[in-house]
Design a protein around this ligand. Structure first.
Ligand code: 13P
Ligand code: SF4
Length: 328
């Protein structure tokens, strides 16, 4: 029997990982779809995606794709951002329950009320917000560009920063600007304590330390950098994409990583031979993990679940997102 006829007769059992991957690839072609996945997605979902990245990279990838369909393997606000940027495309989220505890900490009504207390203030919304909240904002930002976005605002303007308190505190410290901060937090990142970090550096004294600015320990860690309790040359407060970049380019061989553990898959893949240690093994975002290969397959097969944004809301949200993209 020739190799070709053998391949034709031996196919992966229906429902197996190999079968799902084959079906996803076939449907992706048929539907002219692109699969975008966040760095916290399950390893097998990352591996089948066309592009894996952080919130900024995913928004940029959505904005430039010429595919007809975007299957967004991430959480709802990310799919909404893609829908806002690509009103003529079909954006699918394989599970509508993939929400975000941080985005849920502020509604458009709450933001409108806060703006009334600070007339004339510039509103900066972290990308982890609903499209309705972005529509009430002047500028959007991600963890990659939050500092640059705030620095672009004239010094004499009052700034409201929503919704992440820890990222906002970090940006205020780096820029020296006084920001009004919303008291929102991500339930996964808020749990990181300074002791979690310093304890592990004791175990791995030569490691590079990578901290996501949403972490609850970020303010203390910034103080530790000034007191010398953390090594200035080996500590980096960066987005998830910044972490992958450090893993690839740094001369360090061990990295202590303070963020959701899904990031470790890409770091290990792109920097084989190096050691990556999670500061907290239990830092797992159950919303991100709702997206499975099986759901990606069903999403492509049945065209579910389409994420749409009201055109008037989308148009105002787009202005805030595009201002950010222009600065990135
Ligand atoms: P990044 O943009 O750094 O990937 O962060 C997104 C996020 O949801 C962090 O929890
Ligand atoms: Fe939202 Fe936190 Fe999950 Fe990121 S890790 S998607 S901020 S709940």
């Amino acid at each position: 029997m020739s190799a070709t006829s053998l391949a034709a007769t031996v196919s992966a059992p229906e429902g197996s990982v190999e079968w799902l991957v084959d079906q996803i690839r076939r449907l992706r072609e048929e539907r002219r779809a692109v699969i975008l996945a966040h760095n916290y997605q399950l390893p097998e979902v990352q591996d089948v995606a066309d592009f894996v990245g952080d919130s900024l990279g995913l928004a940029q990838a959505a904005a430039r794709t010429d595919a007809d369909v975007i299957v967004f393997c991430g959480v709802h606000f990310m799919a909404e951002t893609a829908a806002v940027l690509c009103p003529d495309k079909t954006v699918l989220l394989p599970d509508l329950e993939a929400g975000c505890s941080l985005a849920a900490t502020i509604t458009a009504d709450q933001l409108r009320a806060w703006k009334r207390e600070h007339p004339g203030a510039v509103v900066v919304a972290y990308v982890n917000t609903t499209a309705e909240v972005k529509a009430e904002s002047d500028l959007c930002c991600t963890s990659t560009n939050a500092v640059r976005v705030v620095e672009s605002i004239p010094e004499d303007r009052e700034i409201l920063f929503v919704p992440d308190f820890f990222l906002g505190s970090y940006v205020a410290r780096v820029t020296g600007r006084r920001l009004h901060l919303w008291m929102g937090e991500c339930h996964v990142h808020a749990g990181f304590t300074p002791e979690d970090v310093t304890g592990l550096l004791g175990t791995y004294p030569d490691a590079e330390l990578l901290i996501h600015p949403e972490c609850g320990c970020v303010t203390s860690c910034m103080v530790f950098l000034t007191t010398g309790d953390l090594p200035r040359d080996r500590t980096h407060i960066v987005s998830t994409e910044g972490m992958v970049r450090r893993a690839r380019t740094s001369r360090a061989s061990t990295f202590v990583v303070a963020t959701e553990t899904g990031i470790l898959h890409r770091m290990r893949k792109e920097a084989p031979g190096k050691t990556f240690v999670a500061v907290r093994e239990d830092a797992v975002c159950q919303y991100m993990k709702r997206i499975t290969l099986d759901k990606v397959y069903r999403s492509l097969r049945d065209g579910v679940f389409e994420v749409r944004v009201d055109p008037e809301v989308a148009s105002r949200a787009r202005t805030a997102i595009e201002r950010m993209l222009a600065l990135s």
